[in-house]
Ligand binder design. Sequence first.
Ligand SMILES: [Mg+2]
Length: 191
Amino acid sequence: MKKQVLAFDLDDTLFDAVENFIPFTNKKYKTHFVFDKIRNSDVLNERVPINEEIYRWKEFFESKFGLAIKPEPRIKEAISRLHKKYSLIIISARDLPLQKSARKWVRINFPKTFSKIYFIKTKAGKLSKAEICIKNKAILHVDDNPKHIKDCLKKGVPCILVNRPWNKNKNLPVKRMNNVNYSDIENFLNN
Ligand SMILES: [Mg+2]
């Protein structure tokens, strides 16, 4: 029998991207961004032009520091247990210049675990995470971004929101968890 599909966002779902990026970029550019005060998926809060922000992210993700970031043991354990039962995919909204380092990070930290990495931003245009879930018949999508969660809810894709500073004030009718972990996901799937 074909395994059922679970979909995961990458950044701030499978590892702490923003939490590591903030001190890295603050040090380099002498800025003072504070992780707990991030309220927008545009992390640098429109204080630098978007191309400059992408450049800073690229620098971070491709640095030794960025590539050495590990997923928390609890996340690693959850993914490895879920992998035995389900087919796992990643759906990421990373901009084009940041996609190569995403593949590399996943290869290092979750070798042979995810059957596919989808990027919603492509040269041909933009897709939606919910649509990719529907195409793959995913029975769950896990994400930290309220925008993607809202879209999944609208299109009937079951989802869990990972608690992060930029979504804590969003009132969404959705199950939340503090971090990816096995028991919360199993409980969700069994109910
Ligand atoms: Mg994310």
